[in-house]
Design a protein around this ligand. Structure first.
Ligand SMILES: [Zn+2]
Length: 441
C-alpha cells in the first residue's frame, strides 16, 4: 500500500467521460436528497420552478439557483436550533458543530453527521496521499483545535493513512518548534502566514535554522500563499521542505489539492465535488481554460447541511493541460487566485491583492510582511504599499526594482513606504494585508 501512487487508483484515473457520468449521478442523488429533506432548499427551487426530475444532464445544473453565504446566515438561529431549516437530518444525528471563521458578518454554522465527518476525512486522505504522506510520517498540527474547521479533517485523514499525528493545539509557537525538533516530525499543516511566522520565531527567537528541522513537506490552506510562487519559495527555502497547496472551506469541504508533481495549480477532487466557474461579468459558466471566474461548487456527498451550487467567491481558472501525475481530475491554474470580494477597481484598473503579494515576496531584501491600503485623495484613487526592509538592506537597493515589478504585474503606481524589519503588524493565522478604505466612506 505505501508504494501505491494514488489514494483511490480507480476514481483518480477514471476516464473523463466516466468521471462526468459519476458526477451527474451523484449530483442527481444529492439534489433529490436536499429537495426532499431541506425546507429552505425546496422553497428556493420551487420558486424557480425546478424539481429533481428536471435535472436530466450536467447542462441542466446551470438552471439551479446558486446559494449565497448570506442566505445561509438568514436561515440560522431558527429551529432546529441553531441551524434552521436547511438541516436535512434529525438534529440528534448531528455529531459536530463548526462555524465559519470569516472576519466580516455573522458566522455561518455548519452541522455534520458522523457520515459527513468520515467524508471530510476521506476528502483529506486524497490530499495527503497525493502530497506524499505515508504511514511512516510524523505529522505535526500547529493550529488551535476549536470551533473552526481549520485542519481538523487533516488530523483525522493523517490518522486514517496510518501516520503518527502530533496535535500541537494550545502550545505557543516556540513550544511547537521545540516539539517538532524533539520528535523529528516530518510533515505539518498550517496557513502560509503561520508557516512564515514559525520560520521567523525559530530563527530569531530560538536560534534554530528551520531548514535543519526534520520537516520535509508542508500542506498549506486557509490562504492562497502556497499557490503564489514568491510566497511558496520563501516557505520552501525556510524549511528546506516541499510546500503543497490545498483549498477548502467550512461550507464546501476539502475540494482541491496540489499533487507531488507540483503542477503550478491544484486538482479539483472531481469524484467528490462538482466545480463550475462563473464569468463575473456575464454570469455564464466558463467551460474552457483561459478565463478567470468565481467558483460555484457542489459537494456531491455531504448530507446534513448540503452544499449545492454554493457561490464560494473564490477566483479560479481551468488550466490548459492535464497533470503529469496521471490523475484525470482537472487542474485549476495557480490555485485560488483571490476572492471576488477583494478584487477591486483602482483608477479603472482591476487590482487583485495577490498580484502585489507575488511581487513583494519575489524580491530579495524585503521582509515577509506588507500592507496595502487603497483610499482616495480628492477624487483620485491611491494605493499605499508598506513593506519591510531586511537588516542591512537599503531602500535604494530595492526601490526601482519594486516599482518596475509592480507596474509590470499590476499596471498601477504606488506610494511605497519602507519600514524596518519587524515593525509592521504580525498575524498569527490569516494575514490581513489588504484594506480598501473607499468602501467605508
Ligand atoms: Zn497531479
Amino acid at each position: 500500500m505505501p508504494d501505491q501512487v494514488f489514494w483511490n487508483p480507480i476514481l483518480e484515473t477514471l476516464p473523463r467521460g466516466k468521471l462526468q457520468k459519476l458526477q451527474f449521478l451523484k449530483f442527481k442523488r444529492i439534489f433529490k436528497w436536499t429537495y426532499d429533506n431541506s425546507k429552505f432548499h425546496r422553497t428556493l427551487y420551487k420558486s424557480h420552478g425546478i424539481e429533481p426530475c428536471d435535472i436530466r444532464s450536467l447542462n441542466d445544473i446551470k438552471k439551479i439557483p446558486k446559494i449565497e453565504k448570506s442566505m445561509m446566515r438568514d436561515i440560522q438561529n431558527k429551529d432546529p436550533f441553531p441551524y434552521g431549516d436547511a438541516l436535512c437530518v434529525p438534529i440528534e444525528e448531528v455529531s459536530t458543530f463548526r462555524q465559519t471563521s470569516g472576519t466580516t458578518g455573522q458566522p455561518v454554522y455548519q452541522p455534520d453527521t458522523w457520515q459527513d465527518w468520515e467524508w471530510w476525512s476521506e476528502c483529506w486522505a486524497y490530499i495527503l496521499w497525493a502530497q506524499g504522506y505515508r504511514p511512516k510520517d510524523k505529522v505535526f498540527l500547529p493550529f488551535g483545535y476549536n470551533i473552526f474547521v481549520a485542519f481538523w479533517a487533516g488530523h483525522y485523514a493523517a490518522e486514517k493513512l496510518g501516520c503518527e499525528v502530533i496535535p500541537g493545539g494550545v502550545l505557543d509557537t516556540k513550544a511547537r518548534i521545540l516539539k517538532i525538533k524533539e520528535l523529528s516530525a516530518s510533515a505539518m499543516m498550517a496557513t502560509p502566514t503561520y508557516i512564515l511566522s514559525m520560520a521567523d520565531v525559530a530563527k530569531n527567537k530560538l536560534g534554530i535554522d528551520p531548514s535543519q528541522l526534520s520537516i520535509n513537506k508542508i500542506t498549506c490552506a486557509g490562504e492562497p500563499g502556497a499557490g503564489i510562487p514568491g510566497t511558496k519559495k520563501r516557505m520552501e527555502d525556510a524549511f528546506g521542505a516541499k510546500v503543497y497547496d490545498h483549498s477548502g472551506a467550512t461550507e464546501t469541504g476539502a475540494w482541491s489539492f496540489e499533487c507531488s508533481d507540483q503542477p503550478h495549480g491544484m486538482h479539483v477532487n472531481e469524484a467528490m465535488f462538482l466545480v463550475e466557474i462563473e464569468d463575473i461579468e456575464t454570469g455564464k459558466i466558463i467551460e474552457r481554460p483561459g478565463k478567470k471566474g468565481k467558483m460555484i461548487i457542489t459537494a456531491l456527498d455531504r448530507i446534513a447541511q448540503p452544499c449545492i451550487r454554493f457561490d464560494s467567491k473564490d477566483i479560479i481558472e481551468w488550466a490548459p493541460e492535464a497533470c503529469s501525475c496521471g490523475r484525470t481530475f482537472r487542474l485549476i491554474k495557480g490555485g485560488v487566485q483571490g476572492r471576488a470580494d477583494d478584487i477591486t477597481k483602482v483608477k479603472g484598473v482591476l487590482l487583485s491583492p495577490i498580484a502585489i503579494e507575488e511581487v513583494v515576496r519575489s524580491i530579495k531584501g524585503l521582509g515577509d510582511e506588507f500592507e496595502i491600503i487603497v483610499d482616495k485623495k480628492g477624487d483620485t484613487d491611491r494605493i499605499q504599499l508598506k513593506v519591510e526592509l531586511l537588516p542591512n538592506v537599503t531602500k535604494h537597493q530595492i526601490n526601482e526594482k519594486l516599482k518596475d515589478q509592480l507596474r509590470l504585474k499590476t499596471n498601477l503606481g504606488y506610494l511605497i513606504e519602507y519600514y524596518d524589519h519587524g515593525t509592521l503588524p504580525r498575524y498569527e493565522v490569516k494575514a490581513k494585508h489588504f484594506k480598501d478604505l473607499r468602501k467605508h466612506k
